[in-house]
Design a protein around this ligand. Structure first.
Ligand code: PEP
Ligand code: MG
Length: 754
């Protein structure tokens, strides 16, 4: 015999009324299970809640022994209820006790019940609990009943996220929904931040669950789907999107899903069961998410993200909620996003942002570079964090460890409050050092400079007391822009950068694009090895229009003052020579037009391709200065991709072979009397920087937060004995101690904070 249900719509209305009634939490739950049991003509209705210790606790029942409430528990995966929770899928049985997973709990008195239907209570694909109905007789529940239960569970999930369960929970326990969670990601930018979650692309909060009029809701769905499809089509036909790009691919898959009959049918069915159009979208997305999240196939995971985006887009159309949370940030905002572009990040009020957490990204991704240059803590690859976070949740981000703590325990908060305090103390100490010159105890003076990429980070020069900007990565502005910046825009940008450095020197590096630095509006052919492909200076010399405009802009921005231009990725000396010709042509052009040329123009070469090490005899006499890009140089010397964490960490950049290469450059620059700077990441790490000082480098350019620790190290160092000992080790080769061990030993002896 199939059970006749009096209609989920009636039930949903009753449940909504019950939720609005002024009842105590337990009384409300008792009433809810009774209503469900009555409506479904079930002998039993029980509601189990997943606790933070992984147990499913019976929270309310009609039909089982009342004394079992808050007493009976099942572990995840244990019994039928545990199975449903673990698999996040409904389970319908005509003879429950015969199922191999059935776990008999005598205190509940459930043995006489044969028919069983349980559904997971899901939110953002996560199991929060299980809702069960049971009947004495043996029969199979139909599709309609399963659907009705799933719809009811959607409402319960929403109730759980807002209900006050405190009175029902034993001390020391909590419901799983509020469980502290830890994410092991990758640190992109050092530091520690405590704050409140701000979802970059927040899920639309559905507040209206129960439909007043199903026909109206069906029509709303149809209209919203039409509008969404239209907007996707418009985006696809937009001029900028004509070429092949990832973005286009994503939109194509959106279009495919938006027209998918199965998806639309499931939405329609949920509305027919009494939900509003927006609640139907949430319900269907929950099920899809729960199913797809278990897949380890990266393709499916990608599609899941697409579907999530699409569902959120549809919810926005339905609720008219276009807010992206960029306004009204809390004071200690921590952005949580699947991914975002650098431009997205820059739209936020930077004075209130503390950190960025991404599910995707890489340390060298553009958003990570921008986050770093803004002094934000950043962690990437925090899997699934978006669906587990709510705006306003407490969160701790540890950029050093790459760890994120969501809803941290009080103990954890205390640990990090202490760390932050220590960090603040250290920063205050560094601030005190800012006007002190960086001179070692035995009198070696070192110049400390900033690496920069956007004008927004230049005012930090005042806080660090650095001597200037050793590397201004001009490509970052190109990456942030939506189209190629015109001459006038570039002149304005470089002028602004010069103004903000307040008379201190600034080195502008010519566009270093291609490879990992993708500029969306410039077309590229896909390359097998982009790091070794058509990039940087190779691209610039091939498309000289771009190069000429940039040089012209830089020369104009100098406004009659000095100008330093750095040429990236010089592989052969002729490339540097060629660039010099373009610069000279532009100078001639300026003079011809009666414009004021820079008072002093210096052209420098980056040493970051190994081949150039054996052509320094040619390049050094022609260069006004040189700068080592250790990020690329070490990558090419070791044939280990700097962005691939599995190999990049395998080779110590200051181990003998690399340090010998660096020492060769130092010696050659000295021989030709050409100023040399190190502007790769090595310069900003204490042990590595000590190695650089030991081989005779005196100019280090680094990201601004590194200036303080490096200066402190310099002030405490007696360099001469370390120099002698490293020189000896370089000569001794493999028979001597490892360079890193040697330096750590010296640091210990001299009491350096390293
Ligand atoms: C380098 O390669 O070390 C460098 C400073 O340049 P980028 O990191 O921008 O490639
Ligand atoms: Mg480089």
């Amino acid at each position: 015999m199939a059970i006749a249900i009096s209609g989920p719509r009636v039930l949903l209305k009753q449940l909504r009324e019950t939720m609005a009634e002024p009842l105590a939490s337990q009384a409300r739950l008792d009433k809810i299970v009774s209503l469900i049991a009555d409506n479904m003509h079930a002998d039993v209705c029980s509601f189990y809640v997943l606790r933070d210790d992984g147990a499913l606790e019976l929270f309310a029942t009609r039909g089982l022994a009342a004394s079992a409430v808050h007493m009976t528990t099942l572990r995840l995966g244990e019994g039928l209820v545990g199975l449903i929770a673990a698999q996040a899928e409904p389970l319908s049985l005509d003879n429950a006790p015969a199922h191999p997973a059935f776990a008999y709990r005598p205190e509940t008195g459930e043995d006489p019940f044969q028919a069983f239907l349980g559904v997971p209570v899901l939110r953002a694909g996560q199991t929060l609990g299980v809702l069960v109905v049971q009947n004495r007789d043996s029969h199979a529940y139909g599709e309609d009943e399963i659907e009705a239960m799933l719809t009811t569970a959607t409402l319960l999930a929403e109730m759980m996220s807002t209900a006050d369960f405190d009175a029902l929970i034993k001390p020391g326990q909590d419901i799983d929904l509020r469980r502290p969670r830890q994410f092991a990601g990758n640190g992109f930018s050092d530091g520690v931040a405590l704050g409140k979650v701000v979802l970059h692309d927040p899920r639309v909060v559905v507040t209206n669950f129960v439909a007043e009029d199903t026909e109206v809701e069906l029509q709303r769905l149809t209209d919203a789907l039409d509008r969404m499809r239209l907007s996707i089509d418009q985006m696809l036909s937009h001029g900028d999107m004509q070429s092949f790009s990832d973005h286009r691919e994503i939109l194509e898959s959106y279009r495919m899903f938006a027209n998918d009959r199965g998806w639309v049918d499931r939405l329609t069915e949920a509305i027919n069961n009494g939900l509003t159009a927006e609640a139907a979208v949430e319900r269907v997305q929950n099920d899809t998410r729960a199913r797809m999240m278990r897949s380890t196939d990266p393709y499916i995971k990608d599609r899941l993200h697409d579907l999530d985006d699409l569902a959120n887009r549809l919810l926005r159309v339905l609720t008219g909620d276009g807010a992206t949370g960029k306004k009204d940030l809390p004071d200690n905002a921590i952005l949580v996003a699947r991914n975002m572009g650098p431009a997205d990040l820059l739209e936020y009020d930077r004075t209130r942002l503390r950190a960025v957490v991404l599910e995707e990204g890489a340390a060298i991704s553009h958003v990570a570079i921008v986050a770093k240059s803004l002094g934000l803590v950043a962690v990437g690859q925090a899997e699934n964090i978006v669906s587990m976070s709510e705006t306003g949740d407490d969160i701790i981000v540890d950029g050093q460890q790459g760890t994120v703590y969501l809803r941290p325990t009080p103990d954890m908060i205390q640990v990090y409050v202490d760390k932050v305090r220590l960090g603040a103390k250290r920063r205050a100490h560094y601030l005190e050092l800012k006007d002190k010159p960086a001179i070692t105890r035995d009198g070696h003076e070192i110049t400390l400079l900033h690496n920069s990429g956007i004008v927004a980070d230049l005012p930090m020069l005042q806080d660090t007391g650095a001597s200037g900007v050793g590397l201004f990565r001009t490509e970052l502005q190109f990456m942030i822009a939506s189209r190629l910046p015109r001459l006038r825009e570039q002149v304005e940008l470089y002028s602004e950068a010069i103004r903000l450095t307040e008379g201190k020197p600034i080195v502008f590096r010519l566009l270093d694009i291609g490879g990992d630095k993708v500029i969306p509006y410039l077309r590229y052919e896909a390359e097998e090895n982009p790091a070794m492909g058509f990039r940087s200076l190779r691209l610039a010399l091939d498309r000289q229009g771009l190069l000429r405009i940039q040089i012209r802009a830089l020369l104009q921005a100098a406004n009659g003052g000095p100008m330093k231009i750095l040429v990236p990725m010089v592989t052969d000396a002729w490339e540097f020579r060629q660039t010099r010709l373009v610069v000279n042509k532009e100078l001639e052009r300026m003079k011809h037009a009666g414009q004021t040329v820079p008072s002093k123009l210096e052209l420098g070469a980056m040493i970051e391709v190994p081949s150039l090490l054996w052509e320094l005899d040619q390049v050094l006499p022609e260069a006004d200065f040189v700068s080592i890009g250790s990020n690329d140089l070490v990558m090419f010397l070791t044939a280990a991709d700097r962005g691939n964490k599995r190999v990049a960490k395998s080779y110590d950049p200051i181990a003998l072979p690399r340090l010998r290469a660096l020492k060769h450059i130092v010696d050659m620059a000295k021989r030709y009397n050409v100023p040399l700077t190190m502007c790769g990441e090595l310069a900003g790490r204490t042990v590595e920087a000590l190695a650089l000082l030991a081989i005779g480098m005196t100019k280090l350019s680094m990201s601004p937060p590194s200036i303080g620790p490096i200066k402190e190290m310099i002030l405490g160092t007696e360099l001469t004995p370390i120099r002698n000992s490293v020189s000896a080790a370089l000569l001794e080769g493999a028979h001597g101690p490892g360079i890193r061990e040697l330096l750590l030993d010296w640091a210990g002896r001299q009491g350096l904070v390293i």
